[in-house]
Design a protein around this ligand. Structure first.
Ligand code: GDP
Length: 310
């Protein structure tokens, strides 16, 4: 009996070989797929060069040329690795270098407004400390195929800093970011009573800083904060109109109406929105500029941000 019991204990204790994941979220055209491809090709590019000089090594490259035939309609996932100290570059092939590393999944999500529920479902799914991540190597793969349980460690919300400069893209981008942040906020609230869910930090990656028309990261931050505040006010007006005493101010209404403040992002009743208010829900939000294509600060700071959170 003892060996049988032991066997069951061992089987039960064997952890699923699922990797933590980082979600790439954001409106269409922001550069999510370009970023995923850059991070995916990093080790491959290095490896190809090394093989040139080192032909006797008949070893297959680690991520054998997975061509990303990916349209932004389909979520795609790549497996990446950071060194244990988080100091490696996405250009390093850590397998080949034999250095200790942690693997994770980078999951691209569709940016089109009608398909955003995929990303939001993944974020909300994390309330059970896990979500479904499909490793899709072809465009025909979908969420349901070869799915595995994966814990979302962080969200990278990619924005087009050049598109934000002319103002038209701001309401759409901020609208999506509002949904993402609110999902994360609700997820934290849902953990009441039992253990609080692990917090999921958000990186707003202000992309396309190679373009001289792009807004610098500080302006991307303040413009998004102002627009998120506007969205919050508009939404709360609906809340006030729908029956909560018209004379009450917003904070009093929330206090009296219990769950009414569920859809309020950040510090309840505050006049201006700022990303710092998300800390109240243990959600860290950083805004960092960079670019995938062209001359500029590049993608290294984003990579480091991710590496520190894996
Ligand atoms: P997605 O819809 O968010 O996946 O966006 P894509 O990755 O398909 O990129 C949309 C377009 O922006 C493509 O034409 C990319 O080449 C371009 N793009 C992506 N990153 C950059 C960047 O850093 N600078 C510039 N100038 N263009 C970029």
């Amino acid at each position: 009996l003892v060996p049988i019991l032991l066997h069951f204990i061992l089987v039960a204790a064997t952890p699923y070989s699922t990797l933590p994941s980082v979600l790439l979220v954001g409106p269409s055209g922001a550069g999510k797929t370009a970023l995923l491809t850059l991070f995916e090709r990093g080790p491959l590019a290095t490896h190809t060069q090394q093989q040139h000089h080192n032909d006797e090594k008949q070893q297959q490259p680690n991520n054998t040329a997975v061509a990303l035939t990916h349209t932004s309609q389909t979520p795609a996932t790549v497996e990446l690795a950071v060194s244990d100290d988080g100091a490696s570059s996405f250009r390093d092939d850590l397998d080949a270098a034999g250095s200790a590393h942690k693997k994770f999944l980078l999951v691209d999500t569709p940016g089109h407004a009608k398909l955003r529920r995929h990303a939001l479902a993944r974020i909300q799914g994390t309330s059970a400390a896990s979500s479904t991540a499909a490793v899709a190597t072809t465009s025909s793969s979908s969420d349901s195929s070869s799915s595995s349980k994966s814990k979302v460690k962080a969200v990278v919300f990619v924005v087009d800093a050049a598109a934000l400069a002319d103002g038209d893209a701001l309401p759409e981008t901020a609208g999506y970011l509002y949904e993402v942040l609110l999902s994360l906020q609700k997820r934290m609230g849902a953990g009441k009573g039992s253990r609080a869910p692990a917090s999921v930090p958000v990186l707003v990656a202000a992309n396309k800083l190679d373009l001289f028309t792009a807004l610098p990261a500080a302006l991307v931050r303040s413009n998004l904060e102002a627009e998120l505040g506007r969205i919050r006010r508009t939404r709360s007006r609906g809340l006030l109109d729908s029956g909560v005493g018209a004379d009450d101010d917003v904070a009093a209404a929330g206090g009296a109406a219990g769950d009414e403040n569920d859809d309020w992002l950040g510090e309840y009743g505050s006049d201006k929105f700022s990303f710092k208010q998300m800390l109240e829900f243990d959600i860290e939000v950083d805004v960092i500029g960079g670019n995938v294509i062209g001359e500029g600060p590049g993608a290294d700071r984003w990579w480091r941000w991710i590496a520190e959170r894996i």
